[in-house]
Write a protein that binds this ligand. Structure first.
Ligand SMILES: [Zn+2]
Length: 249
């Protein structure tokens, strides 16, 4: 459930940013928070807290909520309670960078283990780029689930008629979950199974189909998503081959 909001102070105050006089928690002209003035040790601490843990829409709090109650959290966000979450795409990038850093520090060498070489220069370049940008690569894969999700879940009792942009944000959140699982389980098949279970939990909480209704829809969503992914990859490789005209090996 979204948190409740209360008015901190009923006095007229002057905005430190634009000098507009107002009553309330935020300036209605420039949206700066009330009570802010010069940068102090307290505001420095508050800024760090806001990013890392104490505020309810902080990064850490958002990740914990996403892992504990994925579907309810995602549904709150896409249905308009934006303040419940740290901005999702920013969260994806920060989690991606953080995990890449952890990989580099604690598991050096694991990145070179699975090189793919198709032999078409443009394709190999893209594959190599995706290999070093785990966050965007994972999002590219999960984005193939947007359309199947829309087709299979658009008449859902819990959240009917979700839109494609809402579907995109569902996949951004699922992508963050996948990055965390891949890192924690060391890309093992256990990670994949955890993710499948999480898709089930999340979709059940968002769309509220009954257990079997959710299971067959999630299964069909995965299968059609991967078929689309393979088709797109084949098409891309074929176009790359036509453009470059030759194989490099
Ligand atoms: Zn202002």
């Amino acid at each position: 459930m979204p948190r409740r909001f209360n008015l901190k102070n009923n006095e007229v105050q002057k905005c430190a940013n634009c000098s507009h006089e107002f009553v309330g928690n935020y300036c209605p002209y420039c949206s700066q928070k009330a009570g802010l003035g010069r940068v102090t040790w307290k505001s420095l601490r508050n800024n760090v807290m806001l990013l890392w843990g104490m505020d309810s829409s902080s990064l850490l709090n958002s990740i914990i909520n996403l892992l504990l109650r994925p579907g309810y959290f995602i549904r709150d966000y896409i249905s308009g309670h934006r303040q419940v979450s740290f901005p999702p795409l920013k969260m994806l990038v920060i989690v991606g960078v953080f995990i890449a850093l952890m990989e580099f520090l604690f598991f050096p060498g694991s990145a070179e283990s699975n090189e793919i070489n198709v032999g078409v220069a443009i394709v190999d370049n893209v594959v190599e780029w995706l290999h070093t940008h785990n966050d965007w690569a994972t999002l590219l894969v999960t984005s193939f689930f947007i359309w199947p999700t829309w087709l299979l879940f658009r008449k859902a009792p819990g959240y009917p008629r979700h839109t494609i942009p809402e579907g995109f944000f569902i996949q951004v959140f699922m992508c963050i979950i996948q990055l965390i699982f891949d890192f924690v389980t060391r890309n093992d098949s256990i990670g994949t199974w955890c993710l499948i279970v999480y898709f089930y939990i999340a979709y059940r909480q968002i769309f509220e189909y009954k257990p079997w209704g959710t299971i067959w829809r999630v299964a069909l969503m995965f299968i059609s998503g991967f078929v689309l992914l393979v088709l797109a990859a084949t098409l891309f490789a074929a176009i790359g081959y036509l453009i470059t005209g030759e194989r490099t090996m």
